[in-house]
Structures are given as C-alpha cells and as structure tokens.
Design a protein around this ligand. Structure first.
Ligand SMILES: CCCCCCCCCC(=O)SCCNC(=O)CCNC(=O)[C@H](O)C(C)(C)COP(=O)(O)OP(=O)(O)OC[C@H]1O[C@@H](n2cnc3c(N)ncnc32)[C@H](O)[C@@H]1OP(=O)(O)O
Length: 160
C-alpha cells in the first residue's frame, strides 16, 4: 500500500526514500496514523502548511479506556505526541520527540467527537518547540502538551 499523505512524518524532500515496497510497508504501520496497523488509532491529519498546524478528528472507544468512560492518559499522550510529530512535513525536517509535558485538564470522554491539533511555536537551531491540544467539539481544552522535538540527520532512517 502506498503511504497516504495523512500518514507521512517525513519531509516531502524525503519522499523518494519511501518508494520501495518495504519502506512503504513500514511507513503505513505507525500506531498513531498508519492505515495498516490493525491496533492503531488511524488518525487522519489535515496539515496547514501556512499556519504550521496539524488537525485530526478523534473519536475513541472502550479499546482505549482508562477511567470508566474516559480515554486512558497514556493514549492521550500518544495523541498529543502524534499531532506534534505531524509538523515535520510542513516544516520540511526529520525530527523526533525528545521531551514532552502533558497537562490533563479534564477527563477526555470516549465515544464523542473530539479534535486534536498540533501547532509549531518556534525553532532554535535543531530544537523545535511544539504545542498540542485535545478539545471537545465546542473547543473546551481537555488536555494539552508542549514538546521539544530534535531535528535528526536523515541518515538515521537507514538505521531504523
Ligand atoms: C523517523 C521519523 C518518524 C517519526 C515518527 C513520529 C512518531 C511520533 C513521534 C515520536 O514519538 S518519536 C519516538 C520517541 N522519541 C525517540 O525515540 C527519540 C529518542 N531520543 C533520541 O534518539 C535522541 O535523544 C535524539 C536524537 C532526540 C537527540 O540525541 P542527540 O544526541 O542528537 O542530541 P543531544 O542529546 O546532544 O541534544 C541536542 C540538544 O538538545 C538539548 N536538549 C536535549 N534534551 C533537552 C531537554 N529535555 N530540554 C531542553 N533541551 C534539551 C541538548 O542540551 C542539546 O542542546 P545544544 O545543542 O544547545 O547543546
């Protein structure tokens, strides 16, 4: 399966490196956004390259339950991490999470349409500072994170 746009974490300049069948197979297996991962979250992001945001609808079920009726906190962290990682592509970099801090403001309900958004804040050399939020459909913030992502040499992909 070719890698769909919503499952790409790499800058467009690296698309050629993902052409082989093996690379495409691995590129569709991400737990957050990979369409072929049977246990994945199958998030589908829309990237705004002008505003440097990545937005996805979220509606999870009891498979991802923590407190009864609510999303598990580790899954919430995954959602926020994934939203920030999606900024690689509009920023034209290969970067990975080095550090993130999560604030769980309110319980995040299962079986309700929620919105996940990642935003780029600033760049200092290799350091990318991002932010992400999980909100209700009405815009109430349920959880938020700030993240430090570090730009890595594209050669690391060969070692993965
Ligand atoms: C392959 C792409 C696909 C992307 C998929 C995305 C999936 C979703 C996103 C993820 O979850 S990625 C997976 C989780 N992340 C990792 O597994 C990363 C594991 N960590 C590493 O591989 C290395 O730590 C890393 C490549 C990130 C950095 O190692 P380096 O040796 O290149 O950097 P170094 O430790 O020297 O730090 C670089 C700079 O950052 C600074 N720094 C590091 N940690 C910091 C911190 N916590 N706060 C502030 N600054 C920090 C550090 O001081 C230094 O500053 P200076 O350059 O100014 O000296």
């Amino acid at each position: 399966m070719p890698i769909p746009e919503e499952a790409r974490h790499l800058p467009a300049s690296m698309d050629d490196a993902m052409q082989s069948p093996e690379a495409a197979k691995r590129g569709t297996n991400c737990f957050g956004c990979g369409p072929t991962n049977p246990q994945g979250l199958h998030l589908k992001f829309v990237i705004d390259a002008a505003d440097l945001t990545a937005t996805a609808p979220v509606n999870l079920t009891r498979l991802h339950e923590g407190p009864p009726g609510y999303i598990h906190g580790g899954i919430i962290a995954t959602l926020l991490d994934e939203a920030m990682s999606k900024l690689n592509r509009p920023l034209e970099v290969l970067a990975v999470t080095r550090n993130m801090q999560v604030d769980y403001l309110r319980p995040s309900p299962l079986n309700q349409p929620l919105t996940l958004i990642g935003r780029h804040l600033r760049r200092e050399g290799r350091k990318l500072y991002h932010q992400a939020e999980l909100t209700t459909a009405e815009g109430t913030i349920l959880a938020q994170a700030t993240g430090l992502f570090l730009v890595v040499d594209p050669a690391v992909l060969k070692r993965l």
